[in-house]
Design a protein around this ligand. Structure first.
Ligand code: AP5
Ligand code: MG
Length: 187
């Protein structure tokens, strides 16, 4: 399986991805986690992206596409993968299509977790309040992340919808309810 999980910040992509990847024995590739780890390690990449993450902006397509290309070339991705947080812009979606074409492969499922705006900020804020340690889990930065989502990532969802590749899943309800909806579309 080669799965992409789409949806706004706070939709539950990370939460669902962990369970889905384990159940399907495929690597969970979270570009946000990769970047946060780089920041924590203080690597050259981490130093380059820290301020961008703190502001809630997107890291450049050039950096992200190179990062994903390298990650996808690893052996563990041969049986499949689950992308969480990539693609986030149209150029990233087009680059992913090209990367897969080179491998003569295609995405098997593009899933959008749909959650109304009013719920998202509350989820992110309460995670910040319970000590997530994420510098972008404040109301101010979460609002910025949502704005960026509407500007740059919503067109990615439209891109897959127009290509009739998009599966929309209702992201309201308990974590287990959302998981079983995703399970149903995968089987
Ligand atoms: P990233 O780490 O990808 O952040 P995000 O995915 O946008 O936002 P979240 O992780 O907050 O949302 P989520 O959908 O994963 O929800 P979660 O499961 O955590 O990116 C961070 C930053 O990295 C970006 O801002 C950007 O700077 C950079 N970046 C990353 N990828 C990039 C790219 N491709 N290009 C450029 N820049 C990039 O859930 C949220 C909360 O809700 C949790 O507390 C969870 O417990 C709770 N929750 C989950 N499901 C439910 C439910 N059903 N009911 C109630 N609560 C729930
Ligand atoms: Mg996440």
């Amino acid at each position: 399986m080669r799965i992409v999980l789409l949806g706004p910040p706070g939709a539950g992509k990370g939460t669902q991805a962990v369970m889905l990847a384990a159940a399907n024995k495929i690597p969970h590739i979270s570009t946000g986690e990769m970047l946060r780890q780089a920041v924590q390690e203080g690597s050259a990449l981490g130093k380059q992206v820290k301020a961008v993450l703190d502001r809630g902006d997107l890291v450049s397509d050039e950096v992200m596409i190179a990062l994903l290309r390298e990650r996808m070339s690893k052996q563990d991705c041969a049986p499949g993968f689950l992308l969480d947080g990539f693609p986030r812009t149209l150029p990233q979606a087009q680059a992913l299509d090209r990367m897969l074409k080179e491998l003569s492969k295609e995405l098997t499922h593009v899933i959008e977790i749909a959650v109304p705006e009013r719920v998202l900020i509350d989820r992110i804020k309460s995670r910040g309040a319970s000590g997530s340690g994420r510098s972008d889990d404040t109301e101010e930065v979460a609002s910025k992340r949502l704005k960026v989502f509407w500007e740059l990532t919503a067109p990615v969802i439209a891109y897959y919808r127009e290509a009739k590749r998009l599966i929309e899943v209702d992201g309201l309800g308990t974590i287990e309810e959302v998981a079983s909806r995703i399970h149903a579309v995968l089987s």
